[in-house]
Ligand binder design. Sequence first.
Ligand code: SF4
Length: 767
Amino acid sequence: MAKKAPAEDAGDALLAIGHPKTYGAGVPGVVRALAMSTAQMGVARTVLTLARVNQREGFDCPGCAWPDPSHRHLAEFCENGAKAVAEEATLRRVTRDFFAEHSVADLATRSDHWLGQRGRLTEPMLLREGGTHYEPIAWDAAFDLIAESLQALDDPDEAIFYTSGRTSNEAAFAYQLFVRAFGTNNLPDCSNMCHESSGAALGHTLGIGKGTVTLTDVENSDLVIIAGQNPGTNHPRMLSSLEKVKANGGRIIAVNPLIEAGLKGFRNPQTVKGVLLGGVELTDDYVQIRLNGDLAFFAGLNKLLIDADALDHPFIAEHTSGYDEARAHLEGLDWADLERASGLTRADFERVAEQVRAASSIVVCWAMGLTQHKNSVPTIREIVNFLLLRGNVGRPGAGACPVRGHSNVQGDRTVGINERPPQAFLDSLQARFGFEPPREHGADVVEAIRRMRDGRCGVFLAVGGNFVRATPDTEVTERAMRNVGLTVHVSTKLNGSHAVTGRRALILPTLGRTERDQTGGREQFVTVEDSMGMVHASRGRLDPASGELRSEVDIVCTLAERTLGEAHGIDWAAMRGDYAAIRSHIEAVVPGFDDFERKVTDPQGFALPNGPRDSRTFNTRTGKARFTVNELEIVEVPDGHLLLQTIRSHDQFNTTIYGMDDVYRGITAGRRVVFIHPDDRARAGFADGDIVDLVSTWTGPDGVEERRAIGFRLVDYQTARGCVASYFPETNLLVPLDSVADESGTPTSKSVVVRLEPTDGSPVGVR
Ligand code: SF4
């Protein structure tokens, strides 16, 4: 029997701290997944629904973007995939009675966990100007309200159109077409906050803003280096692939300030070894680097490889440019700086370099731990230098592997969700649809917030996501959102952004990935692209949570019709009626989708072309893979301060909080915690368990700015000295809006300078 949503928002009243785990998954992971699933769906629905996740004729997991293996298991999902599906396929409903009972002001006091546990939205809701409660509105009236608001703007650039990474290729393509036909490139998306730095660095050096490996490359690599990534929680099925790396004789090096259970070991619940024999140890060498020390780490390795002349000279000569300049720069680097920046010793570098020299093929995997720093783009360029030196691109078992955190975030970018679209894409769009698309770059996430803050945004529309909770500088972002005339969220569930509204607000409930889509009176399917460039179909199988739900494609195409009318002669009705019409447009506009409709009927899907991987061709300015010179930049931390990274708990997917535990790190029933090295805590004059405020300091254009997050429990943890960690969205308010990565504009959520202060004002240490 599905359980009722927890009535009260318990917060951290029952917080308990235990011992961190030393392995990921295992039978306990299965038990947690089933407990959460049956609580949301009941037993029968749980079995039926989970049996279809990531299956050939089933639906794609709405969690992360780890690829599906060619051989699918009966249970082809992880613990967090089950939680993601259960939250969407829940039997709980948010009805008009709920909104009548809870004012927007009340909802604004609730945690994202409490809001998310209310269940699925069931009908369109409107918040009138000056209103206190959302009230039902008919779809037609909602579409008219948005269309009129958009048409009333003086300039299309006064509208912002946000996309979260769950949006399908079909909905994303129709959305960007609508937005560009409307006249703007204001298409910020969640990529701006996650792998934008990867795209910028890889595009510059390899000519493609994506990874260059397949799943087979990873599983058959001689050495997999995992930097700034916690796969046990954020990409859990990756652990099965790492288990295969070990079984194939490969080695794993983890580079991470925090000791993470899922990097230490894996107990595969689908094997006897995993259930009865303690599973496998994963990481052979755990490098506990300082936050933001990764550029120094890879530069130091590159320096040692050059010193040892352990290089692939034929590859360098034939396929690369810029080697001499990079070599001269690396040879000039000072070891004292490399040690200080990385928090490592020369011996650490030597030890890793020896393993690198012994490896015939290398894959480097990374995630947010590398992409959310001021120098993230040069850091990832230095990883490319590392791969090029030994020819680890475009051959089996070797390459770059940025692991995407949202199921279709890569696909959305591929089909045009991009505030800085390549001119070639706009040319193809013009050729296909006969209108001149806007050529001026639009606003990314941070710039969008600035424009909302400065009163330059009349309409904000988000397809999916939880914008206000996912973004930095929460207090600034909330004020900015309240400064907008109309805010519109296309959502499946309630979240914090629904309580932080413009002067008027709409919530438009949409179908989830798990649900049957019969828009246009036919069984529709959508497509997604995973981290390794594989495109495959996803078919919803459950009855919609409400008869009032509409698909993202339907919502976007209908809105386009209402707003643009006959303009440009784009046939929105045809796209709404048959998503194959959208796929034929994608085939015409986006390279690599030729014969799209036939190829996507293959249950395994198809691989998009990837020059570096497929043929060592590099669509760069030099026509070669580019070595680069990346200046060593060290985040200076003043005395009495520490470097903070914002992280997810194990019961969390982006800003969706499935539960209040973080079992891998020993946390139960609470989220306001700070993980700190015992020596740093003692040096700051605190005891384990003390409650502190986190105060970030940042020198902005108007001098030093301070931001305070109140009431966090100190938890002794295995973290690099000088580095602390705490969960987002609770600590996003500490990240200044204008503190972004160079070139990519990604918020610097992984290197925030903070100090600790006693919360209740009593002198440090007196308890
Ligand atoms: S690894 Fe990612 S995509 Fe796969 S089931 Fe888990 S959350 Fe879903």
